[in-house]
Write a protein that binds this ligand. Structure first.
Ligand SMILES: [Zn+2]
Ligand SMILES: [Zn+2]
Length: 144
């Protein structure tokens, strides 16, 4: 699987994403049908296959997840070799190539953002642990 195939694959089923494409709270993309099916199946422990993160959502919340329209356009272009804005990628108009480049760049930015958000989450977890430790220490010292 190359990086493009990984980018356009669903985080639940192993296939290429089918529209509508939703973005999970972990920032991985899934087919709306997959996440609906997974949550309706009453699986004990629904997980994102890409990061192993728990999917703690109610079925009704799925429609509030943001749509990944950009990825949808990208998939249309990459898989179907069609461009929503001109005829054929194979004819490779300058415009399509430019658009594809932009989409690739935005996708790279999204990857970076995701890493940063996850780092922040880790950091705030660490900070919360520090506070807990401090609280314990204070409580312990007060008991003396
Ligand atoms: Zn899927
Ligand atoms: Zn994930």
């Amino acid at each position: 699987m190359d990086s493009t195939e990984r980018d356009i694959s669903c985080a639940i089923c192993p296939d290429t994403l089918k529209p509508p494409i939703r973005i999970l709270p972990c920032l991985h993309s899934v087919c709306e049908s997959c996440v609906k099916e997974l949550l309706q199946s009453n699986t004990n422990d629904p997980k994102c296959q890409k990061c192993d993160g728990n999917i703690t959502l109610e079925v009704e919340e799925i429609e509030n997840l943001p749509l990944n329209r950009l990825l949808q356009i990208y998939i249309e272009m990459y898989i179907n070799k069609t461009c929503p804005l001109s005829d054929q990628i194979n004819n490779s108009s300058q415009f399509c190539e430019t658009l594809l480049r932009h989409i690739r760049r935005i996708s790279a930015i999204l990857h970076t953002l995701r890493t940063r958000i996850l780092e922040e989450v880790e950091e705030s977890k660490r900070a919360a642990e520090e506070v807990e430790k401090l609280k314990d220490e204070i409580e312990a010292s007060l008991k003396i």
